[in-house]
Design a protein around this ligand. Structure first.
Ligand SMILES: Nc1ncnc2c1ncn2[C@@H]1O[C@H](COP(=O)(O)OP(=O)(O)OP(=O)(O)O)[C@@H](O)[C@H]1O
Ligand SMILES: [Mg+2]
Length: 261
């Protein structure tokens, strides 16, 4: 293990993932190498089907049957754990539980009053203090995603995995939630990995933007973002980084498209 990987929270080496489908086999991920530092914010962009969710699910411990090595804090991943929180594109709240019960759902081993305090703190953190007794159907899409973020953070994970968490939201709500997640990251310093289709979102939030190729998903390029936060999306430097990433996308778009196995 070299110095860079020793200091890393998450280390992925030579990761390959195949799926059996329709009697054939497809390669979803090929030769992925990535080391993410403690407290780093890494964005991942790539076109639909390039393996972004597969990569997050492997890190979350929700996928088996891959080759290569994925380690967190030096230990190989062997299943889901409380050290990792995940937010999905759809909020996945339990419809018959109140907001506070949804957030408390994953909290294990705490006495009731401590549990209430932790839930309250996390609802405060995402700006939903007044909605603890509401049911999911009484919330807007943005509020539901806030609850999902609170639920993912409630066990104080070392790593937060975000799979297109704002993909279904309108432009303004999306920008508000990006600012929220930035504020939470600055406060908590949780290591974050964000998958997104939105290149501006990736640049706005990430210390680095990982650009993936079309299937088989490989890492095409890693673009560092050395801009002070909060970032100005219309600044010259921001626009230059956007151009660089778009150029990679256009190169991918020129390849023949095929979902075929
Ligand atoms: N459970 C599965 N069984 C078989 N194939 C799968 C499975 N999950 C994903 N795949 C395949 O793996 C490839 C990558 O899928 P994945 O969901 O990781 O893509 P993605 O980059 O997240 O796409 P999107 O941006 O549309 O969410 C796709 O070709 C998909 O068909
Ligand atoms: Mg996906």
């Amino acid at each position: 293990m070299n110095a860079a990987t020793a200091a890393s929270r998450l280390v992925i080496e030579g990761l390959n993932k195949n799926y059996k489908i329709n009697g054939g086999e497809i390669t979803a991920l090929q030769g992925i190498d990535l080391a993410i530092r403690e407290g780093e914010f890494v964005s991942i962009v790539g076109s639909s089907g390039c393996g972004k969710s597969t990569l997050l699910r492997i890190i979350a411990g929700l996928e088996n049957g891959y080759s290569g090595d994925v380690r967190i804090g030096g230990r190989r991943i062997s299943g889901p754990g409380l050290d990792r929180g995940m937010v999905f594109q759809e909020h996945r709240l339990i419809p018959w539980l109140t907001v506070e019960k949804n957030v408390a759902f994953g909290l294990n081993g705490l006495e009731n009053d401590k549990r209430d305090t932790v839930v309250r703190e996390h609802l405060d953190l995402v700006g939903l203090a007044g909605f603890s007794k509401a049911l999911p159907h009484q919330l807007s899409g943005g509020m539901s995603q806030r609850v999902a973020i609170a639920r993912a953070l409630v066990n104080n994970p070392q790593l937060l995995l975000l799979d297109e968490p704002f993909g279904a939201l309108d432009a303004l709500t999306k920008i508000q939630l990006q600012q929220e997640i930035l504020r939470i990251w600055e406060m908590e310093r949780t290591t974050m990995v964000l998958v997104t289709h939105d290149i501006d979102e990736a640049i706005y939030l990430g210390d680095r933007v990982v650009v993936m190729s079309n299937r088989p998903g490989t890492i095409k390029k890693i673009v560092p973002v050395h801009l002070q936060r909060p970032r100005d999306r219309s600044s010259y430097d921001f626009v230059q980084i956007r151009k660089e990433i778009f150029a990679e996308f256009f190169a991918e778009a020129e390849k023949p498209f095929a979902y075929a196995i």
